[in-house]
Design a protein around this ligand. Structure first.
Ligand code: FES
Length: 109
């Protein structure tokens, strides 16, 4: 995890080419760990915390727009944070992303 710079409510993740398709990284947003994902050229950001038993989502397999928690297999929709399979029943907090001058940002809540 690299040092993040907050400017006007947005956290720089880094240059777009540092997060190629299919990759993930972690940034800290207002003290919260957030996993940032490039899925097919679309960027998503979710709190790095499964709502089932608080296992990190970072590194979970991403298929069909969903990330799988490696602990017990719950799947969450990247675009909404909604759980799509048990054992999770509560949504994961999502964050909006932004791109400016080739740099990816996560917006604070
Ligand atoms: S901690 Fe994620 S599915 Fe149980």
């Amino acid at each position: 995890m690299s040092e993040q710079i907050s400017e006007t409510g947005r956290i720089a993740v880094g240059p777009l080419d540092a997060l190629p398709d299919g990759s993930q990284t972690e940034v800290m947003v207002a003290g919260q760990s957030v996993v940032v994902i490039n899925d097919g050229g679309q960027y998503f950001a979710l709190r790095n915390n499964c709502t089932h038993q608080h296992f990190p989502l970072l590194g979970g397999e991403v298929v069909m727009g969903r990330i799988t928690c490696e602990k017990h297999g719950a799947k969450f929709e990247l675009s909404t944070g909604k759980p799509k399979t048990l054992p999770a029943v509560k949504p994961v907090q999502i964050y909006r992303t932004d791109i400016a001058d080739g740099v990816l940002y996560v917006l604070e809540l």
